[in-house]
Design a protein around this ligand. Structure first.
Ligand code: CDP
Ligand code: MG
Length: 131
């Protein structure tokens, strides 16, 4: 069993896709261990995205993530980290497969609906930040 962090980003709430997104994780039999609506501050978001500090898109990414509330979830299951990343699809919706959240529903590279931890270390670090 493994835990991973999912964030449903502000575009998910604005476009009323929260139910649709959570349904996809549940259909894969991932368990919801915790869930909350959050309005994160800049401090939390810069810690969450610290590996992106200094990139040319960092400011726009922060503005987007600060543009509305988001949903934070702890999902649990065998191999949960990899399974969530597969369900989410590639970062750029244009490259994401059909059948993935980003491939089916997301707008563009920045507004791509969901975050999923990318390794065991990031999952531990991110879960401690958000929960
Ligand atoms: O979210 P994921 O781990 O798939 O991708 P990432 O490469 O770690 O990038 C984190 C987030 O930054 C992405 O999900 C996008 O929302 C955003 N991003 C962006 O706004 N502009 C870029 N050129 C690249 C990423
Ligand atoms: Mg990432």
């Amino acid at each position: 069993m493994e835990d991973t962090l999912v964030l449903i980003k502000p575009d998910g709430l604005k476009n009323h896709l929260v139910g649709e997104i959570i349904k996809r994780y549940e259909q894969d039999a991932l368990d919801i261990k915790n869930m909350k609506l959050v309005a994160p501050d800049e401090k939390l978001l810069s810690l969450h995205y610290e590996e992106h500090i200094g990139r040319d898109y960092f400011k726009d990414l922060m503005d987007f993530m600060l543009s509305g509330s988001l949903i934070a979830l702890v999902l649990s299951g065998d191999n949960a980290i990899e399974r969530v990343r597969a369900i989410n699809g590639k970062t750029n919706p244009k490259e994401a497969d059909k059948g993935t959240i980003r491939g089916d529903l997301a707008e563009d590279l920045r507004h791509n609906l969901v975050h999923g931890s990318d390794s065991k270390d990031s999952a531990l670090r991110e879960l401690a930040l958000w929960f």
